[in-house]
Write a protein that binds this ligand. Sequence first.
Ligand code: GTP
Ligand code: MG
Length: 200
Amino acid sequence: MEINSAQFVISSKIVSGCPSPNLPEYAFIGRSNVGKSSLINMITGEKKLAKTSSTPGKTQLINHFIINNTWYLADLPGYGYARLSKETREKFGDMIKGYLLKRENLLCTFILIDIRIEAQNIDLEFMEWMGLSQIPFVIVFTKKDKLKRTQINTHLEAYKKVLLTKWDELPQIITSSAETKEGKEEILDFIEKTNTLFQP
Ligand code: GTP
Ligand code: MG
């Protein structure tokens, strides 16, 4: 899929503030600083569409973008940022879960994982919650450029092994880098294919 247009639409705290659910939608989620906003900019080819920062906790609302005037992309706040107060973390958690449970046009959620870091409970628990809530997701490993080629496979295999202790089957897995643009085509092809399943 070629991206011809990508525009910011609105920031919201709750589902009722989101754009009308008349188009297929995809959400990007993961721990703070994992590279959600960078990945969104990479796949849309718009360097400044989503605000990125080396300081975790940059994205604090549900940010909607409209792509090619045919589908929505949602950039969500990172979960589990340790430096936020427990209260703020819970507020973000409730906001994210409320959105994921209630957003009727959400076709798939991309859960981002930093490829350098070994499997963390917070991500595994989040995936478990997604599974129990029957919300479809794909795992996208980010920051692949930060590992040596020989390390990439070792990290991926270790992660899959952990997943298979909890799941019977592996979800779809995509590896990516906002630096090299790897993963762009695979993500956009997946979205293009999934868009055809949307029933307004
Ligand atoms: P929050 O909105 O704070 O939750 O963070 P985020 O998940 O949106 O992360 P963001 O895209 O702001 O990126 C965090 C930092 O990681 C920035 O300094 C990015 O430049 C860097 N980064 C993101 N993706 C990549 C990548 O693929 N490769 C490299 N080398 N750096 C990356
Ligand atoms: Mg962000």
